[in-house]
Design a protein around this ligand. Structure first.
Ligand code: ATP
Length: 283
C-alpha cells in the first residue's frame, strides 16, 4: 500500500518571544501561515520491520535523525504496528531556513501513516504526538493560518490572509537558532502587534498585514549573518509591499499583490542570491 503526501512550508507573519520557561524552551507568540512551496513525501508499506528513509538531498540525514523517520518510529511503537515503511522525500523546501521544512515532513508522515496504518486518529491526536518531535509539528499537522503560543503548540486558527504572492530568498549560510536565542535581549524587545495582525487578517486588510509584519529575531540574526539584512534591504528597495524574516531565518520573504511587481522582485533577487522562490500564500 502506498500514498503520497504534500508537506508545505510555513512563514511567520509575526514572531514574538515573550519569556524563557523552566523547561528550557521559550514562550513564543507567532502567526504562521502555509505557502505553496512544498516537499513531497511518498510512503510505501513493507513487510520488513524497518523504517527506511530516502532523500533527494545529500545534506539530510536518512537515519533516526530525520524527523520523518521519527514520526514513523513513534507511531509504529505507540500502536505496535507490524511491518515497516519506506519514506521517500522529494525535498524542495530549503533546509535550515526558518520554513519548518523538517517539521512539515514529520507532520506529513503522521498524516500519511494514519491513513495507511488505518489508525483513525484525529488531527488533534496527531498534533499531540507530533509535539514530541518538535514545537512546529502540531501547526504543520493542520496547516492553514494560526496564532501559535506556548512552545508553539497552543493553536488558535485564523481565517486565510488576503491572497498574494510570496517571494522568498535564502542566503547560503544558515544561523543556529540557539545562538539567536542567546543574543535575544528579552527585556529590550520591541514586540510585534500580534492583536493588530489578527484583526488585519480577520478584516482581510492586505495593507495592514504588510505593515505589521515583524519578527523579534531579526536583529540577532542580522548580527550573526549580514547577508540576511542585505536581502531584506534589497527586497524593500525593489518595491515589496511588506518584508520580514521567517522563523529564526535566514530566509526573508516579501508579499506582493501585483503579479508584475512580484516577478520584478523575484528577478531582482535572483541576481543577488541563489535560492529564490516565487509562490502563492496557501493560508
Ligand atoms: P524551523 O523553521 O522549524 O526552525 P528550519 O526550517 O529552520 O526549521 P529545517 O529545514 O527543519 O530547519 O532543518 C533543521 C534541521 O533538521 C537540519 O539540521 C536538518 O538536518 C534536520 N532535519 C531532520 N529531518 C529533516 C527533514 N526531513 N527535512 C529537513 N531537515 C531535517
Amino acid at each position: 500500500m502506498k500514498t503520497s503526501v504534500k508537506a508545505p512550508a510555513k512563514i511567520n507573519l509575526t514572531l514574538d518571544v515573550t519569556g524563557k520557561r523552566t523547561d528550557g524552551y521559550h514562550d513564543v507568540k507567532m502567526i504562521m501561515t502555509t505557502v505553496d512551496l512544498a516537499d513531497r513525501i511518498h510512503l510505501s508499506l513493507q513487510d520488513r520491520q524497518d523504517i527506511e528513509v530516502r532523500v533527494n538531498n545529500g545534506q539530510l540525514p536518512t537515519d533516526e535523525n530525520n524527523l520523518a523517520f521519527q514520526s514513523a518510529a513513534l507511531l509504529k511503537s505507540k500502536f505496535h504496528i507490524q511491518g515497516g515503511v519506506v519514506i521517500d522525500i522529494d525535498k524542495y523546501i530549503p533546509v535550515s531556513a526558518g520554513l519548518a521544512g523538517g517539521s512539515t515532513d514529520a507532520a506529513a508522515v503522521l498524516r500519511g501513516l494514519n491513513d495507511l496504518w488505518q489508525l483513525g486518529l484525529t488531527l488533534e491526536q496527531l498534533a499531540e504526538i507530533g509535539l514530541q518531535i518538535g514545537s512546529d509539528v502540531p501547526f504543520c499537522v493542520y496547516g492553514g493560518t494560526a496564532l501559535a503560543e506556548g512552545r508553539g503548540e497552543k493553536l488558535t486558527f485564523l481565517p486565510s490572509p488576503p491572497t498574494c504572492w510570496v517571494v522568498l530568498a535564502k542566503p547560503p549560510a544558515g544561523v543556529a537558532t540557539k545562538d539567536i536565542y542567546k543574543r535575544l535581549r528579552l527585556n529590550d524587545i520591541e514586540h510585534p502587534d500580534t492583536a493588530g495582525m489578527i484583526r488585519a487578517i480577520e478584516n482581510s486588510d492586505y495593507r495592514e498585514v504588510c505593515r505589521l509584519l515583524q519578527n523579534v529575531m531579526e536583529t540577532a540574526t542580522f548580527e550573526l549573518n549580514a547577508d540576511v539584512k542585505k536581502i531584506k534591504d534589497r527586497m524593500i528597495e525593489s518595491g515589496a509591499d511588506g518584508t520580514v524574516m521567517s522563523g529564526s531565518g535566514p530566509t526573508v520573504f516579501s508579499l506582493c499583490r501585483n503579479d508584475k511587481k512580484a516577478l520584478r522582485l523575484y528577478n531582482a533577487l535572483k541576481g543577488f542570491v541563489d535560492q529564490v522562490y516565487l509562490v502563492r500564500m496557501l493560508g
